[in-house]
Design a binder for this molecule. Structure first.
Ligand code: GLU
Ligand code: MG
Length: 502
């Protein structure tokens, strides 16, 4: 629709605004050759919206070649829609319904491919894939881009000679698709998602690590594992989790920005591959079906010396859990557990997971190897894999925002040279700050946070709050209209909204 304007508006956009390093420019030339040599017919330009959903435009090779020099124009629409495709902002008035002059009229943005992220999609022959960064047409970074936000937080770490390394541990549901055909009731209209397709379990569940039941999922898991490897996703393990048809995937640690991009690709790829094989993957946290145990996304984060790569969290002495730097970072994460919770658990549904004596936290606690705490430290003296495992995240979180919020919180601890409170042996009884009990509480906590307003900027914070409040308002309207009792169990609205998302 608007690709043709790119050449006019953005001639030499990338070089003119200095948006690539020399290395990226070199790799862009390699990518161009690869597109030709492999005879690709379409290349998906992907960006990640506020909800963590991968959005894409697919370009033919000549258009892609132009995008490697000019970027590619997209409408700002995906930034004013909530996860149901409903409009949150009145874009066609001055200020775009956000009080921001630059957002008037849902203007064009320019997405710029990051050549380092280029790959071909093993399940879609002839199709390439590249992660992009979003810019305004004057070359300034787009202020709602979660990827730019994470970059900004990582730059602050870099100012201290430090880099963040992240390992992903994600739980999700692998189900057999019963209806390939979508009926009208499955269709969404902006602001109201349709019903997810009917699915069946592959294994009965509550069979944690059962080898026999793992095999019920093996045919699909083998296809997925091969594709993850082909995508270069750094897969480490694929396991049978506790719930029925619940899978856990873990990935090798890597630089934080790459881990965030890979999480987006992992989630999107898993859903695409499964669908092509008559299955469905769901990243909904609490699906509310018998046997489907809540799913978590555990974020394993360590800090390394930016030059040497040496782990900076490992303590010198066996009696210490973390280095002094690690203790301060952890203290910052604890202090901002409540006001930053919505970035880890951004859905209405996810708050059902925070229950006493479960495998998910309900308050800001920490310890070494203890699965009841929020921050679980693994490693020790001399262990290059020493890390803080944050167990608060849900699988449908936006990885850029979750990681950015954790880095910001940790940085605050570093700046204040904060000290954590003593480790928690009884985390569900400890007198520690409680995590918010609902999305509404989490949004209130964020709204009252001068810390995140400063760290993420007021423009971003107000935008994010408006987006999530719109989602919450739709849920509340459903409750009022239907009379459904949310305490009685997961509501139809949650299932429609989150089961078949991403
Ligand atoms: N499914 C649990 C959760 O809600 C985590 C299980 C585990 O410790 O791996 O986070
Ligand atoms: Mg697990």
């Amino acid at each position: 629709m608007d690709g043709r304007t790119t050449g006019v508006d953005g001639n030499g956009f990338i070089a003119r605004h200095g948006l690539w390093t020399d290395g990226q420019a070199r790799r862009a030339r390699e990518v161009k050759e690869r597109v030709e040599a492999e005879g690709l017919h379409l290349i998906r330009l992907v960006w990640t919206d506020t909800h963590g959903i991968a959005r894409a435009r697919s370009l033919t090779p000549p258009a892609f070649e132009a995008a490697l020099s000019n970027g590619h124009a997209i409408g700002a629409g995906s930034w004013s829609l909530d996860a149901s495709g409903g409009r949150v902002f009145t874009s066609f008035v001055s200020g775009g319904g956000m009080g921001l002059r630059e957002m008037t009229g849902s203007p064009n943005l320019v997405v710029v491919p990051d050549p380092d992220s280029f790959r071909t999609l093993p399940w879609a022959p002839g199709v390439g894939w590249v992660m992009c960064d979003d810019y305004f047409r004057d070359g300034t970074p787009f202020h709602f881009s979660p990827r730019h936000l994470l970059r900004r937080m990582l730059a602050k770490l870099a100012d201290r000679g430090t880099a963040a390394v992240v390992g992903l541990e994600v739980e999700w549901y692998l189900l057999k698709l019963l209806d390939e055909t979508l009926a009208d009731e499955n269709a969404g209209i902006g602001g109201e998602r349709g019903r997810p397709p009917r699915t069946a379990l592959l294994e009965p569940g509550f069979s944690y690590d059962s080898e026999t039941n793992l095999d019920r999922m093996q045919p699909m898991l083998s296809i997925l594992a091969q594709h993850y490897v082909d995508l270069g996703l750094g897969l480490r393990s694929v396991d049978n989790e506790l719930g029925a048809s619940q899978v856990e995937c873990t990935f090798m640690p890597q630089p934080a920005l790459d881990a965030a991009a890979d999480f987006v690709l992992f989630r999107s790829a898993t859903r695409q591959i499964c669908r092509r094989h008559g299955h469905m993957a769901s990243f909904m946290t609490v699906p509310g079906r018998r046997g489907l145990y809540p799913g978590g996304w555990h974020l394993h984060l360590s800090l390394v010396d930016a030059k040497t790569g040496a782990n900076l969290l490992a303590p010198d002495r066996a009696e210490d859990h973390l280095s002094p730097l690690g203790r301060s970072f952890l203290a910052g994460q604890l202090d901002h557990a409540a006001d930053g919770a919505v970035f880890a658990t951004p859905t209405v549904n996810g708050y059902r997971r925070f229950r006493a004596n479960s495998l998910a936290p309900d308050r800001a606690t920490w310890n070494t190897d203890h699965r009841g705490v929020m921050l679980r430290i693994q490693g020790g003296p001399g262990d290059p894999a020493t890390r803080i495992e944050n167990r608060v995240g849900e699988p449908s979180a936006n990885p850029y925002l979750f990681i950015a919020a954790q880095v910001a919180a940790g940085l605050d601890g570093l700046e204040r040279e904060a000290e954590p409170w003593p480790a928690d042996d009884d985390p569900y009884e400890a007198d520690r700050p409680r995590l918010p009990a609902s999305l509404g509480d989490a949004l209130d906590a964020l709204e009252g946070s001068s810390f995140y307003r400063e760290a993420f900027g007021g423009v971003y914070l107000d935008y994010y709050l408006a987006m999530k409040r719109a989602e919450l308002a739709r849920y509340q309207a459903f409750l009022a209209d239907s009379g459904a009792d949310p305490a009685a169990g997961v509501t139809d609205w949650e299932v429609n909204e989150y089961f078949d998302a991403f």
